[in-house]
Ligand binder design. Structure first.
Ligand code: ATP
Ligand code: MG
Length: 177
Protein backbone atom coordinates (compact mmCIF):
# COMPACT_ATOMS: atom_id res chain seq x y z
CA UNK A 1 0.00 0.00 0.00
CA UNK A 2 1.83 3.11 -1.17
CA UNK A 3 -0.81 5.70 -0.37
CA UNK A 4 -0.77 7.17 3.09
CA UNK A 5 -4.48 7.05 3.81
CA UNK A 6 -6.14 7.85 7.16
CA UNK A 7 -9.57 7.31 8.68
CA UNK A 8 -11.46 9.84 10.77
CA UNK A 9 -14.84 9.00 12.29
CA UNK A 10 -17.47 11.40 13.60
CA UNK A 11 -21.24 11.35 13.94
CA UNK A 12 -21.31 14.91 12.54
CA UNK A 13 -24.55 15.93 14.28
CA UNK A 14 -24.00 18.54 12.88
CA UNK A 15 -20.66 19.46 11.27
CA UNK A 16 -18.89 22.26 13.23
CA UNK A 17 -15.55 24.13 13.18
CA UNK A 18 -13.95 21.45 15.40
CA UNK A 19 -14.55 18.84 12.70
CA UNK A 20 -13.18 21.20 10.04
CA UNK A 21 -10.01 21.86 12.08
CA UNK A 22 -9.31 18.18 12.60
CA UNK A 23 -9.96 17.48 8.90
CA UNK A 24 -7.57 20.26 7.84
CA UNK A 25 -4.88 19.19 10.32
CA UNK A 26 -5.13 15.51 9.42
CA UNK A 27 -4.91 16.32 5.70
CA UNK A 28 -1.44 17.74 6.40
CA UNK A 29 -0.37 14.25 7.53
CA UNK A 30 -2.05 11.94 5.02
CA UNK A 31 -2.35 11.80 1.23
CA UNK A 32 -6.01 10.88 1.43
CA UNK A 33 -8.56 11.07 4.23
CA UNK A 34 -11.55 8.80 4.66
CA UNK A 35 -14.26 10.59 6.63
CA UNK A 36 -16.57 8.00 8.19
CA UNK A 37 -20.03 9.27 9.11
CA UNK A 38 -20.72 7.29 12.28
CA UNK A 39 -24.11 5.98 13.46
CA UNK A 40 -25.30 6.44 9.86
CA UNK A 41 -28.51 4.50 10.50
CA UNK A 42 -29.59 6.89 13.23
CA UNK A 43 -31.63 10.08 12.77
CA UNK A 44 -34.55 12.00 14.25
CA UNK A 45 -33.43 11.66 17.87
CA UNK A 46 -32.17 14.37 20.24
CA UNK A 47 -28.53 13.34 19.96
CA UNK A 48 -28.71 12.22 16.31
CA UNK A 49 -31.17 14.58 14.63
CA UNK A 50 -29.80 14.42 11.07
CA UNK A 51 -29.85 11.58 8.56
CA UNK A 52 -26.72 10.13 7.05
CA UNK A 53 -27.56 11.75 3.70
CA UNK A 54 -27.95 15.17 5.33
CA UNK A 55 -24.61 14.77 7.09
CA UNK A 56 -22.93 13.75 3.82
CA UNK A 57 -24.38 16.94 2.31
CA UNK A 58 -22.98 19.06 5.18
CA UNK A 59 -19.54 17.53 4.70
CA UNK A 60 -19.43 17.88 0.94
CA UNK A 61 -20.63 21.51 1.02
CA UNK A 62 -18.19 22.48 3.80
CA UNK A 63 -15.23 20.76 2.14
CA UNK A 64 -16.08 22.62 -1.04
CA UNK A 65 -16.37 25.91 0.89
CA UNK A 66 -12.88 25.27 2.30
CA UNK A 67 -11.62 24.54 -1.24
CA UNK A 68 -10.28 21.13 -0.26
CA UNK A 69 -9.32 19.07 -3.30
CA UNK A 70 -12.09 16.43 -3.73
CA UNK A 71 -9.53 13.84 -4.86
CA UNK A 72 -8.12 13.89 -1.31
CA UNK A 73 -11.12 12.62 0.62
CA UNK A 74 -13.88 10.00 0.68
CA UNK A 75 -17.11 10.42 2.65
CA UNK A 76 -18.43 7.04 3.77
CA UNK A 77 -21.53 6.45 5.93
CA UNK A 78 -20.91 3.83 8.61
CA UNK A 79 -23.95 2.18 10.14
CA UNK A 80 -23.73 0.92 13.72
CA UNK A 81 -23.69 -2.81 14.32
CA UNK A 82 -24.71 -4.71 17.44
CA UNK A 83 -21.38 -6.53 17.96
CA UNK A 84 -18.43 -4.38 19.01
CA UNK A 85 -16.05 -7.29 18.41
CA UNK A 86 -17.00 -7.34 14.71
CA UNK A 87 -17.06 -3.58 14.21
CA UNK A 88 -13.53 -3.11 12.82
CA UNK A 89 -14.21 -5.69 10.10
CA UNK A 90 -17.49 -3.93 9.32
CA UNK A 91 -15.68 -0.56 8.97
CA UNK A 92 -12.93 -2.14 6.82
CA UNK A 93 -15.54 -3.67 4.54
CA UNK A 94 -17.06 -0.23 3.85
CA UNK A 95 -13.93 1.90 3.50
CA UNK A 96 -10.91 2.13 1.17
CA UNK A 97 -7.78 0.61 2.77
CA UNK A 98 -6.26 2.87 5.44
CA UNK A 99 -3.12 2.85 7.56
CA UNK A 100 -4.01 4.94 10.55
CA UNK A 101 -7.12 5.94 12.47
CA UNK A 102 -7.56 9.41 13.97
CA UNK A 103 -9.88 9.26 16.97
CA UNK A 104 -10.08 10.26 20.61
CA UNK A 105 -12.76 7.69 21.42
CA UNK A 106 -11.37 5.07 23.81
CA UNK A 107 -13.55 2.18 22.53
CA UNK A 108 -12.62 2.98 18.91
CA UNK A 109 -8.96 3.00 19.97
CA UNK A 110 -9.24 -0.31 21.79
CA UNK A 111 -11.07 -2.08 18.95
CA UNK A 112 -8.62 -0.93 16.25
CA UNK A 113 -5.58 -1.61 18.43
CA UNK A 114 -6.78 -5.17 19.05
CA UNK A 115 -6.81 -5.50 15.25
CA UNK A 116 -3.23 -4.15 15.06
CA UNK A 117 -4.25 -0.83 13.53
CA UNK A 118 -2.63 2.31 14.92
CA UNK A 119 -4.89 4.98 16.43
CA UNK A 120 -3.73 8.52 17.11
CA UNK A 121 -5.64 11.08 19.12
CA UNK A 122 -5.82 14.45 17.34
CA UNK A 123 -5.90 17.58 19.53
CA UNK A 124 -9.29 19.14 20.28
CA UNK A 125 -9.86 22.76 19.27
CA UNK A 126 -11.96 25.05 21.47
CA UNK A 127 -13.87 22.01 22.68
CA UNK A 128 -16.15 24.04 24.99
CA UNK A 129 -17.84 25.57 21.97
CA UNK A 130 -16.89 23.35 19.06
CA UNK A 131 -18.99 20.34 20.00
CA UNK A 132 -22.11 18.83 18.46
CA UNK A 133 -23.79 18.74 21.86
CA UNK A 134 -23.19 22.49 22.31
CA UNK A 135 -24.53 23.26 18.80
CA UNK A 136 -27.73 21.27 19.46
CA UNK A 137 -28.10 22.91 22.90
CA UNK A 138 -27.83 26.39 21.38
CA UNK A 139 -30.36 25.54 18.66
CA UNK A 140 -32.86 24.44 21.31
CA UNK A 141 -32.28 27.56 23.42
CA UNK A 142 -32.38 30.07 20.55
CA UNK A 143 -28.74 31.00 21.13
CA UNK A 144 -26.15 31.81 18.44
CA UNK A 145 -25.38 28.37 16.97
CA UNK A 146 -24.53 29.70 13.53
CA UNK A 147 -21.15 31.06 14.72
CA UNK A 148 -19.98 27.49 15.45
CA UNK A 149 -20.50 26.14 11.91
CA UNK A 150 -19.18 26.87 8.42
CA UNK A 151 -21.63 29.07 6.48
CA UNK A 152 -22.36 26.30 3.99
CA UNK A 153 -23.50 24.01 6.84
CA UNK A 154 -25.80 26.72 8.25
CA UNK A 155 -27.30 26.87 4.75
CA UNK A 156 -27.88 23.08 4.68
CA UNK A 157 -29.53 23.15 8.14
CA UNK A 158 -31.83 25.95 6.98
CA UNK A 159 -32.59 24.10 3.72
CA UNK A 160 -33.69 20.96 5.58
CA UNK A 161 -35.46 22.94 8.33
CA UNK A 162 -33.12 21.48 10.90
CA UNK A 163 -33.95 23.96 13.67
CA UNK A 164 -37.63 23.05 13.50
CA UNK A 165 -36.75 19.36 13.55
CA UNK A 166 -34.53 19.62 16.64
CA UNK A 167 -37.17 21.64 18.51
CA UNK A 168 -39.98 19.21 17.55
CA UNK A 169 -37.93 16.18 18.58
CA UNK A 170 -37.27 17.76 21.95
CA UNK A 171 -40.95 18.55 22.50
CA UNK A 172 -41.89 14.99 21.64
CA UNK A 173 -39.33 13.44 23.99
CA UNK A 174 -40.34 15.76 26.84
CA UNK A 175 -44.07 15.02 26.40
CA UNK A 176 -43.38 11.29 26.42
CA UNK A 177 -41.73 11.43 29.83
P1 ATP B 1 -21.35 15.20 19.94
O1 ATP B 1 -21.28 16.22 21.04
O2 ATP B 1 -22.64 15.11 19.26
O3 ATP B 1 -20.79 13.86 20.36
P2 ATP B 1 -18.81 15.92 18.75
O4 ATP B 1 -18.50 17.39 18.71
O5 ATP B 1 -18.16 15.10 19.84
O6 ATP B 1 -20.38 15.77 18.78
P3 ATP B 1 -18.62 13.85 16.80
O7 ATP B 1 -19.49 13.97 15.61
O8 ATP B 1 -19.01 12.95 17.92
O9 ATP B 1 -18.42 15.34 17.36
O10 ATP B 1 -17.21 13.50 16.24
C1 ATP B 1 -16.17 13.21 17.11
C2 ATP B 1 -14.86 13.41 16.40
O11 ATP B 1 -14.81 14.71 15.80
C3 ATP B 1 -13.75 13.39 17.42
O12 ATP B 1 -13.19 12.08 17.53
C4 ATP B 1 -12.76 14.38 16.88
O13 ATP B 1 -11.90 13.73 15.96
C5 ATP B 1 -13.60 15.36 16.09
N1 ATP B 1 -13.89 16.57 16.84
C6 ATP B 1 -15.07 16.93 17.42
N2 ATP B 1 -14.97 18.12 18.03
C7 ATP B 1 -13.71 18.53 17.83
C8 ATP B 1 -12.97 19.69 18.22
N3 ATP B 1 -13.52 20.69 18.93
N4 ATP B 1 -11.69 19.77 17.83
C9 ATP B 1 -11.12 18.78 17.12
N5 ATP B 1 -11.75 17.67 16.72
C10 ATP B 1 -13.02 17.55 17.06
MG1 MG C 1 -18.77 13.05 20.23
Amino acid sequence: MNEKRGLLIGRIQPLHYGHMSVIEETLKEVDELIIGVGSADQSHTNSNPFTSGERVLMLSKALREYKIDPSRYYIIPLEDIACNSLWVGHVKMLTPPFRKVYSGNSLVKQLFNENHIEVVQPPLFNRKEYSGTEVRRRILNNENWEELLPKSVVKVINEIEGVKRIKNLNKKEVSEL
